[in-house]
Design a protein. Sequence first.
Length: 116
Amino acid sequence: MNKENLIKLSLISKDTQADCPFKEDYDCTVIRHTDNNKWYGLIFEMDGKLYVNLKCNPDLAAVLKDEYPAITSAWHMNKKHWIKVDVNNIDKEALLKLIQISYDLTASKKRVHKLK
């Protein structure tokens, strides 16, 4: 998979966007929600490999790191809540699930209105 395909795959909803906020420092693409601007993915290349950082529950992250050699602590982000995925060394189904988890964890919370 190349970077362009990963960006398309990561834009899982019409309320998401990709942008490159660090053009002068890093060649990476941020995948974010449009309503709250929260990131749920950071796509980048390092040492000739394509990676994506994704938000993840810390307990699940520990299990995933043990199960998948392609998943490690995130690069340049909070290592407790983010994982780094070697995109071309993990199956597409698992990658899609991880993107969805990250998307869900960073989505706007629905406001509950109580009737008086």
